[in-house]
Ligand binder design. Structure first.
Ligand code: ASP
Length: 303
């Protein structure tokens, strides 16, 4: 059994904004990324490689708030966050506030595999990237017209179709044929963020978690709430200690606990049995899933 689920952010668009063209573009991009990850699993590759490949594709796609296409901070720069976790042994890697790393998920993976640390921030993370031979890109590499417009509107105090339009993230979870789980998440954070703000995406246990004895989870949504509710680990704990299946656990946290607190967003999660859950309490969550039993779904808003 192998399975993969990905997301391209919660609440990044509303039904009012969705045109047939954008519907098609989002679905095509999601399907491309989920298929790329699934192909890795299909040829016996690891869940870690599958989530890396899928997230890297979404980072390179300007439609999503990660890598190219990431949102701008108040200072007009992109500050990117990413994390990855290996369910086999709970190894993890994360980077936060990087400005010149084309694929932050690759750097997060290298932090896990090539450094003795779990999280590297800002200039230090960039220094590590250089030492590891990653070619830096100018910060403008990540800029798109849409994100510039969104920041301009925000700084002028104008409303941008709801606060949720200012977020977005990409992520993936997978189970491979050897029963190994992995999760990865990457984001530009929130438009207009200041003071070195860090959301949940690079925080292990909040935005990302994977452990072979329970499940893999990648989150998207209003990061402050996801950190406070320790969303990804909370879901894992419900599976581990309460014996809930992954769908029950994810629903409990996303649709009840988080919703009660006022935290908007969702998760993709996969259990040891390959079952996938993709609950969200926002208007939409860009998502896709595939498994070796023939499942292939893409979704944007509520079904
Ligand atoms: N969770 C991300 C953050 O707060 C944003 C998002 O997923 O939309 O940085």
């Amino acid at each position: 059994m192998h399975a993969i689920a990905i997301h391209g952010g919660a609440g990044t668009l509303s039904s009012a904004q969705l045109t047939p063209e954008s519907d098609h573009a989002y679905r095509a991009a999601l399907e491309g990324a989920v298929r790329a990850g699934f192909e890795v699993l299909g040829r016996g590759g690891s869940s870690l490689d599958a989530v890396t490949v899928a997230v890297q594709m979404l980072e390179d796609d300007p439609l999503f708030n990660a890598g190219r296409g990431a949102v701008l901070s108040a200072s007009g720069l992109h500050e990117l966050d990413a994390s990855i976790m290996d369910g086999r042994d709970l190894r993890a890697g994360a980077v936060t506030g990087v400005r010149h790393v084309r694929n932050p998920i690759v750097l997060a993976r290298w932090v896990m595999e090539r450094s003795p640390h779990v999280m590297l921030a800002g200039d230090g993370a960039e220094e590590f990237a250089l030492e590891q031979g990653l070619e830096p890109v100018p910060n403008s590499h990540f800029t798109t017209e849409r994100r510039q417009r969104e920041l301009d509107l925000l700084l002028r105090g104008e409303k941008i179709a709801g606060a949720e339009a200012l977020m977005g993230t990409v992520g993936a979870v997978a189970l491979d044929e050897r029963g190994n789980l992995a999760a990865a998440t990457s984001t530009g954070g929130m438009t207009g963020k200041k003071w070195g703000r860090v959301g949940d995406s690079p925080v292990i246990g909040a935005g990302t978690y994977a452990a072979n004895d329970c499940c893999a989870v990648s989150a998207t949504g209003h990061g402050e709430w996801f950190i406070r509710a320790v969303v990804a680990h909370e879901i894992a704990s419900l599976v581990r200690y309460r014996g809930l299946d992954v769908a029950q656990a994810a629903d409990q946290v996303v649709l009840r606990q988080l919703a009660r607190m006022g935290g908007s967003g969702g998760v993709v999660a996969v259990g040891r049995d390959g079952r996938i859950a993709m609950p969200f309490n926002s208007e939409g969550m860009l998502r896709a899933a595939m498994d070796s039993r023939g499942l292939l779904v893409t979704g944007l808003l509520k079904d």
